[in-house]
Every structure is written in C-alpha cells, then in structure tokens.
Design a binder for this molecule. Structure first.
Ligand SMILES: *Cc1c(COP(=O)(O)O)cnc(C)c1O
Length: 393
C-alpha cells in the first residue's frame, strides 16, 4: 500500500477524532521509522511516551512472541505467571503493596478514584467522596476522568459529568489547606509533571506540603504517573525524586513498551480496600502485555536510569541554546519548549516532519518524549534539524 491509499481508507472509514500528522507509518527499528513510501524519520514522540525501548527491542520482542505462543488471553478467573511476576516488580520498586492491572491510563485513574471513594466510605461513611485535582491537569477521557481533568476545553459537549470533582490551582498550598478545612474530601490526584498541560513540573515545596496535608487529614494522595512513570523522568517513578509516599500510583503509557496495559498500585492504607468482585477488567493483566512490561522492567535498571538523566540534561542544554527558545520545562526525557511569540510550535513540528524528524506539541509548547534508548548522536541529529527550522523562522 502507499501513504495516499492508507490516508484515504482512514478518512473514509475511521471516526475522525484525531488531528493526525501527514505521515502513514510502515515500520520502525530503535528510534527510527519509515513511512509507506520509504521515507525515514527520527522519532522524538515514542508513541506519546509509550515506546520507551524504541521499536523492535530484542528482549521485548522475544518476551512478547514467546508469551503469545504460550497464552495470549486467559480471563482473570485463572492465575497466570506474567502478571504475578510484574506485580512483584512494581511493588518492590514503588514501596506500595499491591497492583491491579487494566488497559489504559484512564482506566487506571478510574480504579484509583473508585478505591479512594470506597476507602473513605468504609472508614467515614457518606459525604466524604470529593476528589480534588489541579488546574491544567490531564487524567483521561472517560466521563469521570474528564471530571478530574482540570482544563475547561475538555468540559464541553458531554454533560452531565460525574459529580464530586473540584480543581485547585497548582503550586498553591494555601488553597489546598483551606479547601481541606471542609471535611468532604477523600483524595487528591496530581501529575508530578503535567504532560498534556504543557510539560509543567510541580514545585518540590508544593509536593512536600501536599504530602503533609494529605497525611494529616487522611486524604489519599493519588499520583498519576501515566506519562511520567517507568523511567521517563530519570527515576523509575517521578515521585521518588521528591521523597513522596503516595497512597495510590497510576501507570500506563510506558509500562508495556508498546502494548496496551495500565495499572494502579495500592499503598498500605488501601491495599485491601477493593475486595472480591469490587473491581475488574476483562483484558486486565493480559499475559502478553504483562510479559512485555516485564521485559521493559528488566531493561530499566539504575545504569539505564542514569543514562536517561544524562541524556535529558544534554537535550535540555541543547534546546536552551536554540534560537527563539524562551524556556525549557520538564524532567529527564520529558521536555517542553516555550518559544517567543514569533514562533508557533505546531509550525515547527510540521517543518521538522518534512525534514524527517518527529516532535509533539503540548498546548503552545513543543514537546519531546523520545524513546529512552535514544543515543547522543541521535539527539544531536534531531537538534540539528530543529535548529535549521528555527533559524529560518
Ligand atoms: C495519557 C494520560 C492519561 C490517559 O491515558 P489513556 O491511556 O489515554 O487513557 C492519563 N493521565 C496522564 C497523566 C496521561 O498523560
């Protein structure tokens, strides 16, 4: 097939919900991919923070192929090895107590919200079901996770949304403290770096205060690590860089390295909150997805994480030195670039695609989420192309 034929099929038969780049991808290897006309691209998107090991990683492929030939799906009525092994790794690495597996970030956050409400109801009874989140957050596209998402643009068309959600300004401890004076809140959900919101990292001081306030009020701290998790920011989980002890952690994007899987991790307070038949998911803990995640985990050791930090620093410095750049935000290999008023990030992305390099946007910023395995030479190649585009603007 050709690029043109594929685009035509998509336009005729797929719901037109995505503003796609003008590229139909055929195959990839490492951090490179090719379209159906044979054009090569260098990738700084990793499937929006998913393909952490790039494409065709040997360990990952072997695990997936072997597991698919053994058991692809079983239902959760049976015990399976990949999910049990993955749960142990997640618990050991996070310091939380148990894992629940699902299929996406939104589904992980739904489960976290259900857990928080049940914990509070079991302990305190009715009237303590409010979930707080932060302005500019993104937590998913289901009706409830849209309620949690603190961006007005998502709150249209689909009324009524799930009740019991409120958004507080980020980095404002006083606002949180005064809201928690009312005794109706069961949980606060936040991203350490607001990804979709423009790659905005929360301040360390705010996070420290959040932890203390939540603990004092028995308000559960839910950390949405769907985008920041599994090595993206230079530590396995971003919250670890701030010494936080969350009650619930949600994961998805990078967890399976390219296969669909989500998870929520349950801390001590809530490890037994969900009992038999309180929650479930047909495809949750899919053995092939869990085998893929186990392979990702094996690859991301402390030496790998140091490399992520190192390459993140190199990339950040190179970006800061480019023309038209006002600021660079984010952590590790999750970076956002703010340009001066003369440059639109979407135009930069379009021009770089023509030159064979793929970037993302987040709101008005350029967003970079390269595969975590990207080499320093590849970073230099991407920066060179970006610079050539920016000097002409
Ligand atoms: C992408 C994202 C989600 C939603 O994940 P899906 O798998 O698309 O449902 C939730 N939270 C954060 C922080 C995300 O970046």
């Amino acid at each position: 097939m050709t690029n043109t034929q594929i685009k035509q099929l998509d336009q005729d038969y797929i719901a037109q919900t995505y503003g796609r780049f003008d590229v139909a991808l055929s195959h990839g290897k490492g951090c490179e991919m090719w379209d159906f006309d044979g054009k090569r691209y260098l990738d700084f998107t990793s499937g929006i923070g998913v393909n952490s090991l790039g494409w065709g990683n040997e360990l990952w492929l072997k695990a997936v192929i072997e597991q698919a030939s053994q058991l692809a799906h079983t239902s959760n009525l049976f015990y399976t090895a990949p999910s049990a092994q993955l749960a142990k790794k997640l618990v050991n690495a996070s310091g939380l107590k148990r894992s629940f597996f699902c299929n996406s970030g939104a589904e992980a956050n739904e489960g976290a919200i259900k857990t928080a409400r049940k914990y509070s109801h079991d302990k305190y009874g009715e009237g303590r079901a409010t979930v707080l989140s932060l302005v500019n957050s993104f937590h998913g596209r289901t009706i409830s996770t849209l309620s949690a998402t603190g961006q007005a643009v998502f709150h249209q068309h689909f009324f009524p949304f799930t009740q019991g959600f409120e958004h507080l300004p980020a980095n404002d401890l006083e606002a949180l403290e005064s809201r928690l004076a009312q005794a109706d809140v069961c949980a606060l959900i936040l991203e350490i770096v607001q990804g979709e919101g423009g790659v905005c990292a929360l301040s360390a001081e705010f996070l420290k205060g959040v932890q203390a306030l939540c603990q004092a009020k028995d308000v559960l701290l839910i950390i949405d690590e769907v985008q920041t998790g599994i090595g993206r920011t230079g530590s396995l989980f971003a919250y670890q860089q701030f010494g936080l002890v969350p009650d619930i952690v949600t994961l998805a994007k990078g967890l399976g390295g390219g296969l669909p899987i989500g998870a929520f991790l349950l801390g001590e307070k809530v490890e037994n909150t969900l009992g038999k038949s309180d929650h479930g998911s047909t495809f949750g803990a899919n053995p092939v997805s869990c085998a893929a995640a186990n392979a990702v985990f094996e690859s991301i050791d402390s030496a790998f994480l140091q490399q992520v930090q190192h390459k993140g620093e190199i990339l950040r410095q190179a970006l800061e030195a480019l023309p038209h750049v006002k600021s660079v935000s984010g952590m590790g290999l999750m970076l956002g670039v703010e340009f001066d008023e003369t440059v639109k990030a979407a135009d930069v992305v379009a021009k770089c695609i023509e030159k064979g390099v793929l970037f993302l946007t987040a709101k008005t910023k350029l967003r970079l989420l390269p595969p975590l395995i990207m080499s320093e030479e590849q970073i230099a190649e991407g920066i060179k192309v970006l610079k050539s585009v920016l000097v002409e603007m």
